[in-house]
Design a binder for this molecule. Structure first.
Ligand SMILES: NC(=O)c1ccc[n+]([C@@H]2O[C@H](COP(=O)([O-])OP(=O)(O)OC[C@H]3O[C@@H](n4cnc5c(N)ncnc54)[C@H](OP(=O)(O)O)[C@@H]3O)[C@@H](O)[C@H]2O)c1
Length: 215
C-alpha cells in the first residue's frame, strides 16, 4: 500500500511514515515545498527499508497515495484539505489532527466548526472517507524506531472497512493496539483528550499516552 502524509515534514508525519515504512508499506512525505519534502524523506529513509520512502509536494502525495494522512497543524487543516478536495476523492483520509491552543505552556482543546477536526475534514471532503486516529501518540516516541510504544490508538470512522484497515495499520506499529472507537462523531473526545495528555506530560516531564482496559 502507498501511504501519503500531508504536512509529512513535521515530527508526527515523519514518525508515522517511519513506523509504516518499517512495517513494510511504501510512504510518501508531503510538503508545501519540494526541497523540504526531499530533506524529510531522506531523513526518514536513513532509518527505513530501502526504496520505501519518497517525498513530494502535497498535491503529488494526494494524487499518488491510496491512503492519505493529514498531519498539518489545525491552523492549516481546512485550507490544505480544501485545496486537495478533488485529488482526495474516493480515498481514505486519516486525520491525526488535534485542534489545540497553548497559553502559558498549558494546552487546551479548541472548539471548532463541526465539533472536531475529523468531522470538519469529512464536511470539506464529502467524497472521501475520513478516519480519525493517532491523535494521542507522541511524535517523539514514533521517531524512536527501536522503542515499543505501549499505547492504544482509538480509531473512529463511519465506514467499517476503512476503520478496519486503519486499525490494522495501528496494530502494525510495535506495541500499539488499534481500538474501535465507533463512528466519526466520537473523534472529538479523542482529539480533546490530547490536551489532557500534554498537560500530564508537562507535570511529569514525560510522553504520556492512553491504554484502554477492560476490553
Ligand atoms: N507532534 C505530536 O507529538 C503530535 C501527536 C499527535 C497528533 N499530532 C497532530 O499532528 C499534526 C502535525 O503535528 P506536528 O507536530 O508534526 O506539526 P508541525 O510540525 O507543526 O507541522 C507539520 C507540517 O505541516 C506543515 N504546515 C505547517 N503549517 C501549515 C499550514 N498553515 N498549512 C499547511 N501546512 C502547514 C509544515 O510542512 P511544510 O512547511 O513542509 O509544508 C510542517 O512541517 C497536528 O495537527 C497535531 O495536532 C501531533
Amino acid at each position: 500500500m502507498v501511504i501519503g502524509f500531508l504536512g509529512g515534514t513535521g515530527p508526527e508525519g515523519r514518525g508515522l511514515a517511519l513506523r509504516f515504512a518499517l512495517a513494510g508499506e511504501k510512504v510518501i512525505i508531503g510538503s508545501r515545498d519540494k526541497q523540504r519534502a526531499g530533506e524529510a524523506a531522506a531523513s526518514v529513509a536513513e532509518l527505513a527499508p530501502p526504496d520505501s520512502v519518497t517525498g513530494g509536494l502535497n498535491d503529488e502525495v494526494a494524487f499518488a497515495s491510496e491512503v492519505v494522512f493529514v498531519a498539518v497543524p489545525y491552523g492549516g487543516h481546512r485550507a490544505t484539505l480544501d485545496s486537495l478536495r478533488e485529488l482526495l476523492e474516493g480515498k481514505v483520509v486519516v486525520d491525526v489532527v488535534a485542534p489545540l491552543e497553548f497559553k502559558r505552556g498549558r494546552a487546551s482543546a479548541l472548539r471548532v466548526d463541526h465539533g472536531s477536526a475529523a468531522l470538519e475534514a469529512q464536511a470539506v471532503l464529502p467524497n472521501s472517507t475520513v478516519v480519525a486516529a493517532f491523535q494521542n501518540v507522541s511524535a517523539e516516541d514514533l521517531l524512536e524506531p527501536e522503542s515499543s510504544i505501549e499505547s492504544d490508538v482509538i480509531v473512529c470512522a463511519d465506514d467499517e472497512d476503512a476503520k478496519s484497515m486503519v486499525i490494522g495499520l495501528a496494530n502494525a506499529i510495535n506495541g500499539i493496539r488499534g481500538v474501535d472507537g465507533g463512528g466519526l462523531q466520537n473523534a472529538r473526545y479523542v482529539e480533546d483528550f490530547t490536551a489532557m495528555l500534554l498537560n500530564i506530560n508537562r507535570i511529569y516531564k514525560a510522553h504520556s499516552t492512553i491504554r484502554i482496559v477492560g476490553i
